[in-house]
Design a protein around this ligand. Sequence first.
Ligand SMILES: *Cc1c(COP(=O)(O)O)cnc(C)c1O
Length: 494
Amino acid sequence: MEVLYSSTRGGSIRVKASEAILKGLADDGGLFVPDHIPALDKSPEELAGMDYRQVAYEVMKLFLTDFTEEELKDCIARAYDSKFDTGEIAPLAEAGGAYYLELFHGATIAFKDMALSILPHLMTTSARKNHVKNEIVILTATSGDTGKAALAGFADVKGTRIIVFYPKNGVSPIQEKQMVTQKGGNTLVVGIHGNFDDAQTGVKKLFSDRELAAVLDGKGFQFSSANSINIGRLVPQICYYVYAYATLLREGKLVSGEKINVVVPTGNFGNILAAFYAKNMGLPIGRLICASNENKVLYDFFRTGAYDRNREFVLTSSPSMDILISSNLERLIYRIAGNDADRNRELMTALTRQGKYEITDEMKAALSDFYGAYADENETAAEIRRLYQSCGYVIDTHTAVASAVYQKYVKETGDQTKTVIASTASPFKFTRSVMNAIDASYDSMEDFELADKLSGLANVAVPPAIEEIRTAPVLHHKQCDVEGMKDAVLDFLA
Ligand SMILES: *Cc1c(COP(=O)(O)O)cnc(C)c1O
């Protein structure tokens, strides 16, 4: 059955998957949502006999219904190949009584690679299918990991250019070095004087600037988005939850149909929304545990039903979760409002104008699958240390937020359901925070020295993504204020 996509903010326009991927954001500023969530048409046993690519096909074919089998399989084969350092693509590691779903084996060692290694292929295939003549310009705001993963995905992909804005003082030194050393004549990286929300708001403004769109069209360009609002990112993220379940079943860790809980370290709400979609496809998932760092706007929301971004923005050791406006939450709000675009638009307008909104009790009742909790900086560091000391397994700061939240959840509820924790970055991406958590005396060491030390402690080789930037020259120096973003785009495309 065909799946069509409409905007969370209204209108009767329904577009095909390929059109939604090309546009990124709907014209009215809303997010594209599927008109229904398709049910998995393969049993858990059948899925357990498949490799990652095969599972990915079984999931994606149900959402991207205007892609032919050949097109989709070709995109999947190009994405999930030797760019990943393991054939499993998303392996599960058992440690301390939980299963860590390692989503960081791709080119930039963070989970964004799972979707951004396939998005360029979905996008160029979509352009071909829709007879698009313009060059596609990917415009992205990043809190650190999306930027590099998108750059790695799109660099030198014919018919595309990519522009990445990041908060100049809001990403880790390694994240910044990864981005500013990016090669590829079609890439531009710009540091913003502001935080991630400023960068994201600026990008949204550029997207909805009709005048700018007309100027660019005249020059043969059109914007698209690689941010997690693009359904071309959301859909590939559903696959690894299905794959994780299939893996546990194959390894005899579950009986068929047994429910699992999922814990996701959350920022923009894309990863956990993918888990929610997986559950709604029929995957046996019980609780969706939403883990926040000290920017705990989501924890407060799940507890009280009030979303309020009017608070201090905290810079933490898990910068990819330092977010006060979780864009993808809009898709969930739309759904619990009964797919009512008018109601959703009112709430999103309130968020823009007053920085807050409150949902009804009825909507709140529809959130019972979710459990929100948070971990502060001390709890996060303590969790890294605890897991390392108890089983020698080293996790990054984002994963540690999720892991600490899981400990709290079990303590509070006594729930013994088997649990998958989304492990969203390699510890080598946040080496200093990770090593400091294990032993503060490491702080005097240089970044790369720390990486070598970590390699010894964790008994894991330093990933190529880190080796590469040891000596790579800085190729991007541009910085600007939020007001200067438009000119930066126009300069690059002149
Ligand atoms: C992006 C990111 C997150 C947050 O994921 P969302 O989909 O934005 O909620 C968590 N951890 C890491 C390492 C990330 O890069």
